[in-house]
Design a protein around this ligand. Structure first.
Ligand SMILES: C[S@@+](CC[C@H](N)C(=O)[O-])C[C@H]1O[C@@H](n2cnc3c(N)ncnc32)[C@H](O)[C@@H]1O
Length: 394
């Protein structure tokens, strides 16, 4: 780098950002629950993300301009987090890590006088002690910034600006987190119940079940209503400041004008004509679901009722989709109770819901006596489960 000034002024930084960040393409990694990569890919294509280059376990890699940071964080329902790649290098010792860390252009992501933190993980690598990795890289960054005597650096345990460091087989991948709090935290569902399904899992399952094509969507074990929220809210928000903030707001390259331009360009979700109905046997759950619906301004689009799923009545004119995450024995109550409820519930479905499709999340070992169409295994809060799709003869 050529140094023309002794300090890192706002103008000097902007000049460098213009040259190295704003006009360039960058590599991004968007994470998702393992097994949900193809749903994330479908969604990224729908959002218009350019050239998905790699679909790897737990996420998708693609390249594009900085605008994609805003577009994906604001619109993806399946993503967990979006990382901007800063550098990748092989590294087998701490001195090597220190010196290779000094070679990255940190001011282009961390900016002036940064306070930031590290998130480190290491597998199958000579360097595996996460605190020592953070210390060596932190020292490298301090040394890098020492070229500007006016700059103060603070490395915190937790901060809104986080550098992700991943060691795998002695290859160190360094990224900036652009997301902040995990994307499943939508910011519009403050009231929760026991064992809620993560929003990005629900969003992925809705894509998998092709929920959009059904005129009615019903969750008879709705809890706080995650499936129904995800099906009616879809994309376009929440925007920063509306209900949550994002990591990118603290990055060196962030410009409010860029964010506003992107927000304006995001198409409004189409008018939802699908009927959404949720019920639960617990008054607490229905209360939470209704409050969430009011807060998210979707209370006119989802009907919530206190009802026992085993008594669900079919009052809809045409067949739809029943999508649900009923209680599992392992998580809530004894197995026998959960199984008995599920058995009676399915008896109800096969009696009164001809032509309907069902998508149910159950413990991995569950066997169905009815014909099923597709299965998808995934991890739900540490427990291996599967979603199963079936169709009731019409
Ligand atoms: C695993 S939780 C569902 C969580 C929900 N997917 C969410 O994200 O909040 C299961 C729900 O089933 C409800 N439940 C249990 N037995 C029921 C029954 N017989 N009829 C209706 N709901 C029932 C529980 O009250 C609980 O809210």
């Amino acid at each position: 780098m050529t140094l023309t000034e002794t300090g890192l002024s706002e103008r000097a930084l902007e000049r460098r950002l213009k040259r190295h960040m704003r006009k360039e393409n960058h590599t991004f990694f968007v994470s998702c629950p393992p097994g949900f990569e193809s749903f994330l890919e479908t969604e990224l294509r729908r959002i218009g993300a350019p050239g998905v280059t790699e679909n790897i376990k737990g996420g998708i890699t693609f390249s594009g301009s900085l605008d994609w940071i805003y577009k994906v964080n604001l619109q993806s329902a399946v993503a967990g987090r979006m990382l901007l790649r800063i550098g990748t290098f092989t590294c087998k010792s701490y001195p090597e890590l220190f010196s290779k860390s000094q070679r990255l252009d940190w001011e282009l992501v961390l900016g002036r006088n940064p306070t930031f933190s590290f998130n480190v993980s290491a597998t199958e690598s000579r360097l595996h002690h996460t605190d020592n990795i953070a210390k060596a890289m932190g020292d490298g960054i301090l040394d890098y910034y020492s070229q500007w005597p006016d700059q103060k650096i603070e490395i915190a345990d937790k901060s809104d600006l986080t550098v992700f460091v991943r060691f795998q087989d002695d290859v160190c991948t360094v990224s900036l987190d652009t997301t902040g709090e995990h994307l499943h935290k939508r910011g519009y569902k403050p009231f929760s119940v026991e064992a809620p399904l993560r929003e990005n899992l629900a969003a992925g399952l809705l894509i998998w079940a092709e929920a959009e094509k059904f005129p009615v969507i019903v969750d008879p074990f709705c809890g706080s209503g995650t499936f129904l929220f995800e099906s009616v809210r879809k994309t376009s928000g929440p925007f920063p400041g509306e209900n949550r903030t994002y990591g990118f707001e603290k990055a060196a390259f962030f410009r409010d004008a860029d964010l506003k331009r992107i927000q304006k360009s995001i198409p409004k979700p189409e008018e939802v004509t699908q009927v959404a109905y949720g019920s639960d046997v617990a008054a607490k759950a229905i209360d939470a679901a209704r409050k969430n619906a009011a807060q998210a301004k979707v209370d006119t689009r989802i009907r919530f009722e206190l009802a026992d799923a085993v008594e669900l009545k079919n009052s809809w004119p045409s067949p739809g989709l029943i999508i649900s995450n009923p209680p599992y024995g392992k998580r809530i109550g004894p197995v026998s109770d959960a199984e008995a409820v599920l058995g009676r519930f399915f008896h109800r479905l096969y009696t009164d819901f001809p032509g309907w499709t069902w998508c149910i999340v159950v413990p991995e070992e569950t066997r169905f006596p009815w014909k099923t169409l597709r299965e998808l295994k995934f991890n739900n809060g540490g427990l291996w489960v599967k979603a199963v799709i079936g169709k009731i003869p019409g």
